[in-house]
Design a protein around this ligand. Structure first.
Ligand code: GN1
Ligand code: MG
Length: 348
């Protein structure tokens, strides 16, 4: 890391303790501190986020809106540089941003009790609810077609044509399973045609590790706002199901540990609906469980496509990691489908 980043914020590199946080798959993140304060430093993955200014623009718009309408809401925006910029661009190195570290907060990689799921769902639901009056269409698109399942499905098919031949052979079973569930893509296409599905300010990455918890495991705030864009509620609720329902996360290699925990599902419903019940339309509510299928299926497609394309998108630490992740997600999908009727009963 270069001095230049720190001096942009009036910090002295030699006075800092710098510790990497290896949580996300896309951006690089560090916890840094000196004797006065703690910060989070992030390098934006510029090959994925082609327009970092769009992220900064969105976060600023939302921060301004929330500080006006809900001044007590804890929203973590970037600290400006001494030159009053939202990020620091360093030629040859990329875009960096600094955020305050929320005191006594921590993140988790899997929900360990239903309260975690409840608190996280409530936090994301509250975010969308507080922004219900905000004109979502004014937000910039930071990642075009991010949750466009039709396109993800097409990209998967392109990888079937042009992907790594050895990996294609090895992935036959998973490819077939994805094809067997093509109806999930069709339902998505119907959703897009349904006017009662509203475009809302959507986080698009509601995994459990994107919530800060306090020492009593209450949700403090949501983080990782790069993909906050106009979107549909199925993205947020779906990614919660994807990442809170099973005790094993997407990295788990022992698929027998994957299961759907009903009380966690109920906790997501209660937490999210406590905030969003009056906002969601009847048609949207009918798709609550579909949301989980949508996101799990899309994540499986994305992992497998990346595997076939030689891991150009998701960072990996071992050979075949994206294949394992895809297989993991497809087991999760099966578990969810097997439990669908029971879950439906729970929220009747
Ligand atoms: C990526 O790196 P992270 O955790 O913020 C990805 C999400 C995936 C997730 C899977 C911009 O998020 O869509 O759900 O990995 N973000 C992007 O772990 O692609
Ligand atoms: Mg993210």
């Amino acid at each position: 890391m270069t001095k230049e980043i720190f001096s942009a914020y009036n910090l002295v590199q030699d006075e800092l303790e710098i510790e990497p946080i290896n949580n996300g798959l896309i951006n690089e993140t560090w916890h840094i501190k000196n004797s006065h304060a703690d910060y989070i430093l992030q390098k934006i993955n510029h090959s994925i986020f082609k327009d970092p200014d769009a992220i900064a623009f969105n976060v600023r718009m939302i921060a301004d809106y929330l500080s006006e309408t809900n001044p007590d809401y804890l929203f973590i925006g970037p600290i400006k540089t001494i030159a009053n910029e939202e990020m620091k661009y360093i030629s040859g190195k990329g875009y960096f941003r600094l955020m305050p570290f929320v005191k006594k907060s921590h993140t988790i990689n899997a929900a360990l009790m239903p309260e975690h799921a409840f608190e996280a769902a409530k936090a994301f639901g509250k975010f969308t609810r507080l922004l219900a009056g905000f004109p979502a269409e004014k937000l910039k698109i930071t990642l075009p077609d991010f949750h466009n399942l039709t396109l993800r499905y097409q990209q998967f098919h392109e990888a079937l044509q042009s992907g790594n031949t050895k990996r294609l052979q090895q992935s036959k079973k998973l490819i077939q399973t994805l094809e067997d569930h093509k109806n999930i893509v069709e339902t998505y296409q119907n959703v897009l045609q349904t006017p009662s599905f509203k475009l809302r300010v959507t986080h698009h990455d509601t995994k459990i590790s994107n919530v800060l918890f306090d020492i009593e495991n209450k949700g403090l705030c949501i983080i990782d706002l790069d993909t906050v864009m106009p979107g549909y509620f199925i993205s947020d609720v779906g990614d919660m199901m994807r990442t809170y329902l099973s005790p094993a996360n997407e990295e788990e290699k022992d698929f027998s540990k994957i299961e759907i925990r009903e009380e966690y599902f109920k906790a997501i419903w209660d937490g999210y609906m406590g905030e969003m019940d009056t906002e969601l339309t009847i048609e949207e509510k009918k798709h609550f469980i579909y949301a989980g299928k949508f996101m799990i299926y899309m994540q499986a497609i994305r992992f497998l496509t990346d595997h076939l394309n030689n891991d150009i998108y998701y960072s990996t630490k071992y050979e075949d990691q994206n294949l394992v992740r895809a297989g993991n997600q497809l087991v999760l999908l099966k578990c969810l489908i097997d439990k669908e009727i029971t879950l439906q009963e729970l929220v009747k």
